[in-house]
Write a protein that binds this ligand. Structure first.
Ligand SMILES: [Zn+2]
Ligand SMILES: [Zn+2]
Length: 224
């Protein structure tokens, strides 16, 4: 049997394979932490064991221990601590991880002051992110998309097939814009940019369930 593929179909197949390749290289481990049930992710490269920790919003020592025990049990080498934005439910464990791993803390430049605003239990940032920057660990490259609205320095982190959206986009919801520095018009622009991602992209939000761009486009009432 001779199957002919159109150029579009070939492109779709190629992209699907690329996504599978990237997904198979990247492991995402979720820890739900703090009173606000923040999603803290340990994202690792299966080939090199290099990893990052996204949004360690720990409130209790046992939460930090769960994460550090996972990291040592899987022999991961932490390369960065990354905050999707500067709210305390996403940054509360920065200091404890910084002491443990001595790696840079990365946050968008517009939210960096949050890391020193909340008293002395936090560590200042070491790498100030801008939209278009990349975070590389092992063979994984996460691209930083500046998605302000929830806070001025909110970012989403994008790899082929995957997007970490922080408190910008949730399964069935969007982030609040009524906190200090929030902006509904910025939020609308940010959401439109996220909705430009392919349908198949998996969303790992800052709280709640995992979703996909396609599902949110079809079902998220805040996006219509
Ligand atoms: Zn927040
Ligand atoms: Zn949050």
């Amino acid at each position: 049997m001779n199957i002919q593929f159109s150029q579009d179909q070939k492109q779709t197949v190629y992209l699907s394979l690329k996504i599978l390749e990237m997904l198979s290289l990247m492991k995402v481990q979720l820890f739900t932490v703090g009173r606000l049930s923040t999603n803290c992710y340990v994202v690792s490269c299966l080939e090199t064991a290099e990893a990052i920790v996204i949004d360690p919003g720990f409130e209790a020592a046992f939460e930090a221990e769960k994460v550090t025990e996972y990291i040592s049990a899987t022999s991961l080498k932490v390369k960065f601590i990354v905050n999707t934005h500067g709210h305390v439910d996403h940054i509360g464990g920065n200091r404890i991880l910084k002491i443990e791993y001595a790696v840079p803390i990365c946050i968008h430049e517009y939210d960096a002051k949050c890391l020193t605003d909340y008293g002395n239990n936090l560590s200042p940032s070491n790498i100030l992110l801008k939209g278009g920057n990349t975070l590389e660990f092992g063979r994984i490259v996460l691209k930083v998309m500046h998605t302000p609205g929830h806070t001025p320095g909110s970012v989403s982190l994008i790899n082929r097939g995957v997007v970490f959206t922080g408190d910008t986009l949730f399964a069935g919801g969007i982030g609040r814009t009524d906190f200090l520095g929030g902006s509904y018009s910025d939020m609308k622009t940010s959401l439109l940019r996220l909705m430009d991602l392919p349908y198949t992209y998996v969303i790992y939000p800052g709280h709640g369930l995992v979703s996909t761009i396609g599902k949110e486009k079809r079902t998220n009432a805040f996006l219509f």
